[in-house]
Design a protein around this ligand. Sequence first.
Ligand SMILES: NC(=O)C1=CN([C@@H]2O[C@H](COP(=O)(O)OP(=O)(O)OC[C@H]3O[C@@H](n4cnc5c(N)ncnc54)[C@H](OP(=O)(O)O)[C@@H]3O)[C@@H](O)[C@H]2O)C=CC1
Ligand SMILES: [Fe+3]
Length: 420
Amino acid sequence: MEPFWTIRALQACRKKAQPPFQGCPVHREIPGNPGISCMTGQERSEEKSECVSLSPMRETVPALPERVCVFGTGDLGRSLGLRLLQAGYSVVFGSRRTHSSSRLPHGAQVLGHAAAAQSAHLIFIAVQREHYDFLVPLANQLKGKVLVDLSNNLRKNQYPEANAEYLQSLVPGAEVVKGFNTLSAWSLQNGPSDANRQVYICGESVEAKQVVIAVASKLGLSALDRGFLSVARELEDFPLQLFPQWRLPLRIAIGLSAAFFFYLLIRYVIYAYVTQGDDISFRIMVSLANQVCPIVSLIMLSLCYLPGVLASILQLYRGTKYRRFPNWLDHWMLCRKQLGLLSLGFAFLHVLYTLIIPIRSERTGPQCLIPQRPGMTTPTCPWEFWDLACTSYWESHLFPPSVTFSAGGSLASYSPSWVT
Ligand SMILES: NC(=O)C1=CN([C@@H]2O[C@H](COP(=O)(O)OP(=O)(O)OC[C@H]3O[C@@H](n4cnc5c(N)ncnc54)[C@H](OP(=O)(O)O)[C@@H]3O)[C@@H](O)[C@H]2O)C=CC1
Ligand SMILES: [Fe+3]
């Protein structure tokens, strides 16, 4: 079955008794490239009235603006301008200094603010909020234009209203969209990685937001519409959030550490004191802590890999990978990097503690928190411990669990008893 746009194009051209490509007066085939046609600008405008568009999206998505304007030739303005040029847009900068264009991306034009505003429908404002009053005299030129507010603040609640709302109040005739403020000039220059491909936008006008979304997708970004302009403050606070994805992993790590620490404290130190009268409380700081680290590290590592497995199972169950994961899984997936890094941190701590133990042992004699079993070796020289530390690190944290379990006998002096 033919796609519907092909059928529509054929019908439209047949109505004019012309074949769709070769016979249509506005299309000429490029020699050596059958099927590819070329047109002049005038022919292209005539074509709009004569032939039906071949693009199935044309009716729903507004046409991309050819020329895009960027106010401000600072770090962000230049980086954004470069990306827009690379994406095929014609870029005009609106600047106070129209002659200092040496550092601007090649191919961009620099005009005064008023002339630049008149030449484009979409205008990115890459200027600090403190200077927005320069836009007031441009109200006439900006009427009906889409203004994208890129600004951020230095701290939360710095101003009574969001920057985007302030911009809208200064230029009421324009359609203000807040967005792209979570991108940095650096990431724009280097191309967004997977982690920062997502941008958030908000604004009152649906059409204006569609224009911005279309530009974002052409830049290789995925724009998420967060609603009306009242959400702008939230978007402006995003870059100010300190380690937003770290909270849950840190809470899990602290909770697990505390739980295992108290469990081991009761099981080995308090139990030994109550039943045998042995006071081994001096081992709490090093030996006991060293029991906790690998346990937490392994659990964090499994928590890092588990959501990926669950997501795959869910995709197989649903039979598609194009449906959103439930929120809890989505959130968990986003924390994987932090969970993995914390796991690595605890593993390093374990190696460090393991290296400290022989130094103490040399002075106080061999120590072992877990009661020794017959045949169990207790390393006494630092080299032996160094060797064991490295082996245990690789075996416990980088090899499959089965290997760890098999190596448990020789590591029993400092590995958790449930691992051995
Ligand atoms: N840098 C970044 O990575 C990011 C920046 N942002 C936001 O983007 C905005 C710009 O940041 P950035 O490019 O780093 O800042 P810069 O200081 O590098 O550039 C700001 C530009 O604003 C223009 N400007 C300065 N004063 C005035 C004024 N009185 N009237 C008119 N225009 C003026 C200047 O352009 P000209 O000389 O051409 O007139 C200047 O180059 C800020 O609000 C920032 O919060 C958001 C996300 C990331
Ligand atoms: Fe270990």
